[in-house]
Design a protein around this ligand. Sequence first.
Ligand SMILES: Nc1ncnc2c1ncn2[C@@H]1O[C@H](COP(=O)(O)OP(=O)(O)O)[C@@H](O)[C@H]1O
Ligand SMILES: [Mg+2]
Length: 144
Amino acid sequence: MEEKFITNSAGETCQLAKEILKKYKNHHIFLLEGELGSGKTTFVQGIAKELGISGKIQSPTFVLEKRYNIKHKIYNQLIHIDLYRLKTSDWTVRDLAEIFSNKDSLVIVEWSDRLGKYKPNKYLNIAFKYIDKNLRKIKINTSG
Ligand SMILES: Nc1ncnc2c1ncn2[C@@H]1O[C@H](COP(=O)(O)OP(=O)(O)O)[C@@H](O)[C@H]1O
Ligand SMILES: [Mg+2]
């Protein structure tokens, strides 16, 4: 199935993130794609706020992943991964399998197209498109 949204501000994207988190409780892996500045990290910030993580989430630039322990009905951890600077040697299949198999973690991956063949079977795909300064198209697909 597919859903399409337009947001008119970073705040609206954060609000949408909240709603997506509530609606797709049966998915614990969100794969985000879209060019630089399209709103992926902003979306993660909306999720983080909803999960009670205080302070600003920044993309893990020098490390590929950041983990946040949380108190939440479903999840005990948010794992935020950003593959922008991925070099193929950085990840092993085992690393990814370990991360994706952890059902108590909400795993969100920016630049997930770089996962290539290491995509998990079941995930929520969220595609961001920059339209104008404050305008973004956000398309959601379920897989698996
Ligand atoms: N509708 C919108 N949704 C998300 N971000 C927006 C929107 N309008 C403006 N912005 C701004 O665009 C930038 C998006 O950056 P970021 O979320 O870091 O993108 P990415 O992680 O995809 O590179 C932020 O500065 C944000 O404030
Ligand atoms: Mg980002």
